[in-house]
Design a protein around this ligand. Structure first.
Ligand code: EPU
Length: 418
């Protein structure tokens, strides 16, 4: 199993680029199941979750040709409308094939995801939504079987809580349903907007993506499309924190500044300078001592839960007490114990982490527990005295492409070892 060995203490300086958004690429790949025409997806990040989704598509019957960041997919036939446990357990986003499969093939069999490191994360809201479109849902042997032999019918669906992949799943199903679907309390994440743009190119009629109400007029067929995935706002945000935590001067290119606005506001409150160089470039400089700033995670456009762990690492280096409140997932503080092993002072109280800084961090052996937790350990290691060995970096490979090479290119002393 790969590990990262990091020697802390260097300021990061230079330019670092952002890849395509993992959480946009995954629904885009699932959307290829909606058509028998050729799909071309560009700026697809080469990360493990994307490879897992491609494997799932191949199992289902897709022909997938990947050439660097461009993936061409052709699903002439849905051979086996099934997402097996072996894949779903490694990547919950596999449930994104549910909606497209029921809509196109009239049937889907998808393993229940089970628990995950950051919380229970059920898919009950996806299922209730599909039921409202007329799908029959049955559960047996750890699998969900959804059927709609005569097709889906549009309906008004109000999500009782905001769900990103739930909104995406329903949007894809509704695109091929008969009549109109109204999604209320929809997720407003940029990834939802990107999926709507892709579906629009395929011939879907969708209005309102990016707002809380999405209106979809179902069509009988969808065609092929050529689409470029948006930049990864969580990757960009992670690099902004890397610049700030190391007291560096980092230019993050290929990003959408608006998508990381909530983080930028907090970085500025903490004393880092962040400037928009142009519409796809941000520069972060942290020459002064950092000070604490509280954060509450929220759905977009609020502060992303996917940046909470990285921000916690930053707050260990800020003067004062920072209260970090996690409202999206019930168990997303696994990194706190590992940060504490490096010398951080963090007290957990329910869904709040109280971080007292500034504490000197020292290198230690730590274990990555999930994707964003591993990113926070890398960030902490960049400022720790001495050497940190981060185990189980396969978690980070799920969502960051070549993070060690990108960080090394701007001055980090980080190496991947077997
Ligand atoms: N929820 C339910 N029932 C459902 C669906 C969600 O109770 O049927 C709950 C969840 O357990 C959670 C909350 O609702 O407490 C919000 O979950 P959501 O459905 O929005 O999360 P998701 O769609 O499974 C996506 C991202 C996550 C990101 C969250 C929140 C993808 C593939 N994943 O997950 O990304 O944290 O939205 O923004 O888009 C990551 O990239 O590290 C990651 C975990």
């Amino acid at each position: 199993m790969d590990k990262f060995v990091v020697k802390g203490g260097t300021r990061l300086q230079g330019e670092i680029g952002t890849g395509g958004a993992k959480n946009s690429a995954l629904p885009a790949l699932a959307a290829t199941l909606l058509t028998d025409q050729r799909m071309v997806l560009r700026h697809i990040p080469r990360v493990r979750d994307v490879r897992t989704m491609q494997r799932l598509l191949v199992d289902i019957g897709a022909k997938v040709e990947a050439d660097g960041e461009c993936v061409q997919i052709y699903v002439a036939d849905v051979r086996s409308p099934e997402a097996p446990y072996e894949l779903v357990k490694t990547m919950r986003a596999s449930s994104l094939v549910l909606g497209p499969l029921v809509a196109r093939a009239g049937r889907a069999r998808v393993s229940l995801p089970g628990g995950c490191a950051i919380g229970a994360r059920p898919i009950n809201l996806h299922l209730a939504a599909l039921e409202q479109l007329g799908a029959k849902i049955e559960q047996a042997h750890g699998y969900i079987e959804a059927t709609a032999p005569h097709g889906l019918r549009g309906a008004t669906v109000r999500f009782e809580r905001i769900t990103v992949t739930g909104t995406e799943d329903l949007m894809m199903a509704a695109a091929l349903a008969q009549g109109e679907t109204l999604i209320e309390n929809a997720a407003r994440e940029p990834e939802v907007v990107d999926l709507a743009a892709l579906l629009g190119k395929m011939g879907a009629q969708i209005e309102g993506a990016g707002s809380s109400t999405i209106r979809i007029q179902g069509v009988a067929h969808l065609g092929g499309a050529d689409h470029t995935i948006i930049p990864d706002r969580i990757e960009a945000g992670t690099y902004l924190v890397a610049g700030a935590i190391t007291g560096g001067d980092l230019v993050v290119t290929g990003c959408v500044p608006e998508h990381v606005a909530a983080l930028v506001t907090k970085l500025q409150a903490a004393g880092a300078e962040v400037a928009e160089v142009d519409d796809s470039t941000l520069r972060v400089r942290a020459e002064r001592e950092l000070r604490s700033a509280d954060v509450v995670t929220q759905e977009y456009p609020g502060f992303a839960t996917d940046l909470q762990a990285q921000y916690m690492a930053l707050m260990t280096q800020a003067e004062g007490i920072a209260i970090i409140t996690e409202t999206i997932f019930e168990n997303r503080f696994m990194h706190a114990q590992e940060l504490a092993r490096m010398g951080a002072s963090i007290r957990l109280e329910g869904n709040q982490a109280i971080v007292a800084g500034k504490k000197e961090l020292t290198g230690a052996g730590v274990i990555a527990s999930d994707l964003r937790a591993s990113a926070s350990l890398v960030l902490a290691a960049l400022v720790a005295r001495g050497e940190t060995v981060i185990d189980r970096v396969y978690h980070i490979d799920r969502g960051y492409e070549k993070i060690e090479q990108k960080l090394a290119a701007v001055g980090a002393q980080i190496q991947r070892v077997d």
